[in-house]
Design a protein around this ligand. Structure first.
Ligand code: PSU
Ligand code: MN
Length: 304
């Protein structure tokens, strides 16, 4: 079998109990060791605390695992050079027996395949600032247009072109709703500066949006639930702006391209903020895991 669902995840899905997917690329390529392992474990705990079953997704030896076990999560967190897999990488990775961490696109794809409807992460991939020349637009965006999963995230990082990312989501027809906000979050910052057209005020309302999508012909489409940090939790905006400036300069200087761009910028950003960005990043992931779990709970309660 090239897809394996962990027993407790499978049981929850059969019973219509809440399940939340979590991605593995942020573990291997988004955060340094040992924080990555701590966050991966804590995110699972937070989901369980809300009464849902966590399913961290990744590929081990050519098997797409929906629900990595403890040892597999540790492997992802401690092994250098595990390939980063977007959705389009899955066929070759599975056929060749490769290991791999799944991005938002690949995680959403596998989650939807087995019927998981909620997915929590930190930030989505998006339109890169140099996209006019490089055409570098994350496959996360197109994946959400064709994958029926709701992704709870804190927007996209400011290393990307945030307004262009929102335009691209609009073009693709991906619905975006703020959770108790009409401002698109700026990942480290509460407000990216871009507005949203729609907000939901509760977990139940978010669940109603997801539940209603099928009945109006959106059964093949994803949803972005944008969850912002409280202002007192955000990264100091002045520090943020300095780190952003320097990280982008470094990117240009090193000529980094393609799928290495996001990990490179994340690492630079952590250095420039002396680890402050890591604390904030961790908070974001845990907040989103918690919200996704409570939406999943409301969705399954509404169904029964
Ligand atoms: N943004 C973050 N942290 C991350 C990523 C994005 O703040 O770890 C990861 C996610 O896995 C996302 C991927 O799906 O980077 C996007 O990479 P690319 O731009 O190469 O599509
Ligand atoms: Mn890219």
């Amino acid at each position: 079998m090239s897809v394996e669902v962990r027993a407790d995840v499978g049981e929850a899905l059969r019973e219509g109990a809440p399940v939340v997917a979590l991605e593995s690329t942020l573990i291997s390529h988004g955060l340094p060791h040992p924080e990555n392992l701590e966050v991966a474990r804590e995110a699972e705990r937070v989901v369980r605390a809300e009464g849902a079953v966590p399913a961290t997704i990744g590929v081990i030896g050519g098997v797409a695992k929906v629900g990595l076990d403890e040892a597999e999560i540790e492997f992802m967190a401690t092994t250098e050079g595990v390939p980063k897999l977007s959705a389009r990488d899955l066929p070759a990775a599975v056929a060749s027996g490769s290991d791999g961490t799944t991005t938002v696109a690949a995680t959403a794809h596998l989650a939807a395949l087995v019927g998981i409807r909620l997915f929590a992460t930190g930030g989505l991939g998006g339109v890169h600032r140099e996209a006019r020349e490089s055409w570098d637009v994350s496959a996360d965006l197109a994946a959400l247009a064709r994958t029926p999963v709701a992704v709870v995230c804190s927007g996209v990082k400011s290393i990307l072109d945030v307004p262009a990312t929102l335009e691209y989501l609009e073009t693709l027809g991906v619905p975006v709703v703020g959770f108790r906000t009409l401002r698109f979050p700026g990942f480290y910052l509460t407000d990216s500066g871009s507005p949203l057209d729609w907000a939901v005020e509760s977990e139940e309302e978010a669940a109603r949006v997801i539940g209603g999508m099928r009945s109006i012909g959106f059964e093949g489409s994803g949803l972005v639930v944008a969850n912002a940090l409280q202002e007192e939790e955000q990264l100091d905006p002045a520090l943020h702006d300095r780190a952003l400036h320097t990280s982008l300069e470094e990117l240009k200087r090193h000529g980094v391209r393609g799928k290495d761009v996001t990990p490179f910028l994340l690492e630079r950003f952590a250095k420039e903020t002396r680890g402050e960005s890591l604390h904030v990043n961790r908070r974001i992931i845990l907040n989103n895991a918690s919200l996704a779990a409570s939406i999943a709970f409301a969705l399954s309660a509404g169904r029964s």
